[in-house]
Design a protein around this ligand. Structure first.
Ligand code: ADP
Ligand code: UDP
Length: 250
C-alpha cells in the first residue's frame, strides 16, 4: 500500500514527523543533523539519517518480535519509516548498566564502573530546562504519567534493557546505557504503552566489549572521530545494510 506524505507536523533536532492519509500513523524522517549539549554543538553528518533509520528499524522490529510493543510499522525508504502515532509521555526514560555521561558527572562515579543492577532514571523532556532529572513523586504530582503507567514504564524499560543487552553482546557490543521515549497508543482500548521515537547509537552508549571503543554519539560529543564510521560498524556487526545502502553511507 502506498503511503502519502501529507503535512509536516514537527521538525526536531534529529527527525521530522509528517502526517499520513490516516489518523493512526506518522512518517518519521531521519535527518543528517547531529546535535549534542542541547544543540550547542551541531553538524551535518552525511548518511547519519540513513544509518539511524536502518538501525532503529532493526532494534524496534526485534523488540516487536518478543512482544515489547514499539511504534515501528515498516520502513518506507532510506530515510523514512511508518510509525504508529501516539501521545508521547514527556519523559526521557534512561536505563544504565555501566556508569557514564551525566551519572558519572553528577555522582562522581568513575566512567566504566558496572552498576550493581540496572538503574532506571527519568528526565523531564523540556529543552528549555535542559531535560532535568525528575523523581517518581514529581512525575505523579505533575501528572506526567499515572502510577500504573509508571509501573508499566519500569517493566518496558527493564525488558528492553535485558533484550538489547543480549542482542548486542552476541556481536561483542556492551550496552552501557540508553534512552527511550514511551507513548500512549491511540489504537487500543484502555492502557497500552509503546516505545516511540528511535533506538540507535544516537540514543544508546555502545562500547566494543573487548577494547571498550565507543561506537555511539559520544564519538561526536567528544570529537573522537567519525560517527558514520562508528554507526556503520554497529550495523555491520548485524549485517543489516543492503549493499547499495552501505556504499552510499560510507
Ligand atoms: P527533538 O524533539 O528532541 O528535537 P527529534 O528531532 O528526534 O527530537 O524529534 C522527534 C519528535 O517526535 C520527538 O519530540 C518525539 O517525542 C516525537 N515522536 C517520536 N515518535 C513519535 C510517535 N510515534 N508519535 C508521536 N510523536 C513521536
Ligand atoms: N540520551 C539521549 N537523549 C538525550 C539525553 C540522553 O538519547 O537527550 C541518551 C544518551 O545517548 C545516553 C543515555 O541517554 O545513551 C544517558 O545519557 P546521559 O544522561 O549520560 O546524558 P549525556 O551524557 O548524554 O548528557
Amino acid at each position: 500500500m502506498t503511503i502519502k506524505k501529507k503535512k509536516k507536523l514537527y521538525e526536531g533536532k534529529a527527525k521530522i514527523l509528517y502526517s499520513t492519509g490516516n489518523s493512526y500513523s506518522l512518517i518519521q524522517h531521519f535527518k543528517d543533523e547531529a546535535t549534542a549539549f542541547n544543540a550547542k554543538k551541531k553538524e551535518v553528518i552525511e548518511g547519519k539519517g540513513v544509518l539511524n533509520n536502518f538501525l532503529s528499524e532493526f532494534f524496534m522490529q526485534k523488540l516487536n518480535s518478543v512482544n515489547v510493543p514499539t511504534h515501528f510499522i515498516r520502513r518506507l525508504n532510506m530515510r523514512e519509516q511508518l510509525v504508529e502515532k501516539c501521545d508521547i509521555i514527556p519523559l526521557e526514560v534512561v536505563v544504565r548498566n555501566i556508569a557514564a555521561g551525566s551519572l558519572s558527572k553528577r555522582l562522581g562515579i568513575e566512567e566504566g564502573k558496572r552498576l550493581p543492577r540496572p538503574l532506571v532514571e527519568f528526565y523531564y523532556k523540556d529543552d528549555s530546562l535542559n531535560d532535568p532529572l525528575v523523581t517518581e513523586s514529581q512525575i505523579s504530582t505533575f501528572e506526567w504519567a499515572t502510577e500504573t503507567e509508571l509501573g508499566e514504564i519500569f517493566e518496558i524499560a527493564l525488558r528492553t534493557n535485558d533484550f538489547l543487552c543480549g542482542l548486542l553482546s552476541a556481536v561483542n557490543l556492551t550496552l552501557v546505557d540508553f534512552k527511550i521515549e514511551i507513548g500512549r497508543s491511540f489504537r487500543s482500548e484502555g492502557e497500552k504503552l509503546i516505545i516511540a521515537d528511535e533506538i540507535s547509537p544516537d540514543t544508546c552508549r555502545l562500547w566494543d566489549s573487548k577494547t571498550k571503543k565507543r561506537l555511539d554519539k559520544d564519538v561526536f560529543r567528544l570529537n573522537e572521530g567519525s560517527i558514520s564510521i562508528a554507526y556503520t560498524e554497529v550495523a555491520d556487526r548485524f549485517d543489516l545494510l543492503p549493499k547499495n545502502v552501505r556504499s552510499a553511507v560510507r
